[in-house]
Design a protein. Structure first.
Length: 141
């Protein structure tokens, strides 16, 4: 999935392998050329039971990253108490109402996990996030 790379502080959302989502966002609002800097690169992925969040990537230059192998990634959960067994991203297109003819792109996020010390305690969550900032986004279903 790729978003328009215009100067709107959002660019290049990608779902890679269903368990990694990459995006860029000009959070400092200093990219007048519309090209993301290293500190504008972000993402989420699942690695060995841990959700990781990407906060920067100097290897991507002034475009979105092509894969999930580079950059600075931070742990988001304590793998000694919680094991994340599933993180999945699915691109969708849907109409939010009968009065809107254009489909709204979005991402359905599925998350599942269990407690390490009590593995019979499991939880699975699913939520769809709509990308209202870019209604023309080419998100693959």
């Amino acid at each position: 999935m790729n978003l328009n790379n215009s100067v709107n502080h959002f660019a290049n959302i990608k779902i890679i392998g269903k368990n990694c989502l990459l995006y860029s966002y000009d959070r400092h609002r200093n990219d007048r050329d519309g090209a993301p800097d290293a500190d504008d690169q972000g993402g989420f992925r699942l690695v060995n039971g841990v959700i990781q969040m990407k906060t920067s990537d100097p290897n991507c230059g002034n475009s979105a990253c092509r894969d999930c192998s580079s950059g600075r990634w931070w742990r988001m959960n304590d793998d000694h108490s919680l094991r994340i067994s599933r993180l999945r991203f699915d691109g969708i297109h849907t109409s939010l109402s009968s009065t809107v003819s254009a489909p709204m792109p979005g991402v359905t996020i599925t998350l599942g996990g269990q407690l390490i010390r009590q593995p019979d305690i499991r939880l699975s969550l699913q939520q769809t996030v709509y990308l209202r900032n870019e209604p023309k986004a080419g998100i693959p279903p």
